[in-house]
Design a protein around this ligand. Structure first.
Ligand code: SF4
Length: 282
């Protein structure tokens, strides 16, 4: 039996950074709040909660304390509220998301309209929207834009959720470039971490006769990896950790592929690999 890892898998730079910052902070803070779930992984969250991390979805009742802002980032109003209530911020916003905040703020101040392509219910998109208090429009894709954008502004800046599909991004960019309108600025704000993991998952699924996709059940990027692999390799299983390895279903596999979502720490992946190696034929 051979175990093959995807070329790109597990936590991205932004999530690793947020985890490191929070873990470091938990060494000295008695109570530490986090604005929303730090990471979509139950095992990691439970371990952080055991060390004192408290997840909150709003700041009511919090004062004179410390708060982690996760990699997704938040709108400007959260920073203002923290200042008002003497809350120290541990800002783990991914630098790639922070860059979008800066773009939106600058163009908003210059009186541009802002268009965000992404999922309007995603916290990252809500956070981006929170850096422009003027005209901001959110669309899921080009079709959504063409159907619903009944407003034509003079100056418009277009940004994308970092996890936006790269093919759709290219399609949208081409569409706006074809308008030949200098008043429309398209900014490439897509992060390649997701795309790299998806491309690597495709390659893995073709190569292997079973695939284990590791990641939290609420993680949308893990779900996407699972769907990609399942389509190409029917023996694909989505597990959260080593306790869920389907030994019976992989016992005859010659090549077992391993991939993991961007919120799955390497430690969990290694544990799965060790368990598959030692227990599969036990
Ligand atoms: S996916 Fe990209 S933008 Fe999002 S946290 Fe990871 S590195 Fe940052």
């Amino acid at each position: 039996m051979e175990i093959i890892r995807a070329d790109h898998y597990a936590t991205c730079f932004g999530v690793d950074r947020a985890l490191e910052m929070t873990t470091e902070e938990l060494k000295s803070e008695e109570a530490l709040y986090c604005y929303g779930e730090l990471i979509h992984n139950n095992d990691v969250l439970e371990s952080l909660k055991a060390k004192g991390l408290q997840i909150v979805n709003d700041l009511s009742g919090i004062k004179d304390s410390s708060l982690v802002i996760r990699s997704h980032g938040v709108g400007q109003s959260v920073y203002s509220e923290c200042v008002k209530n003497n809350i120290r911020i541990i800002d783990a916003t991914c630098p790639k998301v922070k860059r979008i905040h800066g773009i939106v703020l600058q163009y908003c101040e210059d009186n541009y309209d802002i268009i965000i392509f992404g999922n309007k219910d995603h916290p990252e998109v809500e956070g981006i929207k929170g850096w422009c208090d003027k005209k901001t429009f959110i669309y899921s894709d080009l079709n959504d834009y063409e159907t619903n954008h009944n407003f034509v502004g003079n100056n418009t800046c277009i940004v994308f959720q970092t996890t936006y599909n790269i093919n759709k991004y290219n399609e949208i960019k081409e569409f706006f470039y074809s308008l030949n309108n200098n008043a429309i600025i398209v900014k490439d704000t897509v992060c390649r971490a997701t795309e790299l993991r998806q491309e690597a998952a495709k390659k893995l699924a073709v190569e292997c006769d079973s695939v284990l996709v590791i990641g939290g059940k609420q993680s949308s990027n893990t779900k996407k990896l699972y769907e990609i692999c399942k389509e190409l390799c029917d023996n694909t299983y989505w597990i959260e950790n080593a306790d869920e390895i389907p030994y019976d279903l992989i016992k005859n596999s010659k090549k077992i592929g391993i991939t993991a979502g961007a919120s799955t720490p390497l430690g969990i992946v290694e544990e799965v690999i060790v368990n598959v190696r030692t227990k599969r034929n036990a």
